[in-house]
Design a protein around this ligand. Structure first.
Ligand code: NHR
Ligand code: GAR
Length: 196
């Protein structure tokens, strides 16, 4: 069985979309894959409670309790590896990961970023897209590499930017599309890992 571990920092709506797709599409039976655990760097992430209702292991590792990024990443890596992951999924995970952590999961870690990469890597993507006068925005699923938001693109979705959009309204429109493309891209990635 290919184990999937999901990292979140907040509400975890993408995590929820992935867990629900796995159930509805019978990934365990058809793909030999299962979501096994969820980790958050924020103890107050509301997604953790939902994950527990699904019978998933759900744990927080507060990055503020560690002296350095390396120390946090080392602890997170050990916690993740206890679940023997085939794929690590960043779903609204808000901590930049160190090169050592990224190298350890090379080729088996993906992220969803709320912009049409390579435009608007980094934070505050929706405000920046509106400010730039973009007519379209979207989301990108990509491989995680040491360089932030620069790994190979696996999937994208496009939405219009409408005249009166606020960052919040645009974010909600993009998020709906994230919930569609992220589970799909993960299913394709799992299939690719299986046929290697
Ligand atoms: N780590 C690496 N090495 N490479 C990537 O591509 C990564 C990554 C870690 C997270 C998600 C990313 C996004 O989709 C992601 C991709 C957090 C920040 C950030 O600046 C930037 C990009 C992403 C996630 N974080 C601040 C930090 O100091 C903290 C911000 C906060 O806590 O609100 O880590 O956009
Ligand atoms: C999503 O829009 C995701 O693309 C974005 O945060 C939201 C998380 O929502 N990710 C980042 O901005 C990463 N820096 P969720 O917790 O409900 O899935």
């Amino acid at each position: 069985m290919k184990n999937i571990v999901i990292l979140i920092s907040g509400s975890g709506s993408n995590m929820q979309a992935i867990v629900e797709a796995a159930r509805v599409q019978r990934w365990a039976e058809k793909q030999g894959a299962q979501v096994v655990a969820v980790f958050s760097n924020r103890p107050d992430a509301t997604g953790l409670a939902w994950a527990r209702t699904q019978g998933l292991a759900a744990q927080s590792l507060d990055h503020k309790a560690f002296d350095s990024r390396e120390a946090f990443d080392h602890a997170l890596m050990q916690a993740i590896d206890a679940f023997d992951p085939a794929l690590v999924v960043l779903a609204g995970f808000m901590r930049i990961l160190t090169p050592g952590f990224v190298a350890h999961y090379a080729g088996r870690m993906v992220n969803i970023h709320p912009s049409l990469l390579p435009a608007f890597a980094g934070l505050n993507t929706h405000a920046r897209a509106i400010e730039a006068g973009c007519k379209f925005a979207g989301a990108t699923v990509h491989e995680v590499t040491a360089e932030l938001d620069h790994g190979a693109i696996l999937a994208q979705a496009v939405v219009p930017v409408l005249p009166d959009d606020t960052p919040e309204v645009l974010a909600a429109r993009v998020l709906t599309q994230e919930h569609r493309i992220y589970p799909q891209a993960i299913a394709e990635k799992i299939a690719a890992l299986r046929s290697r």
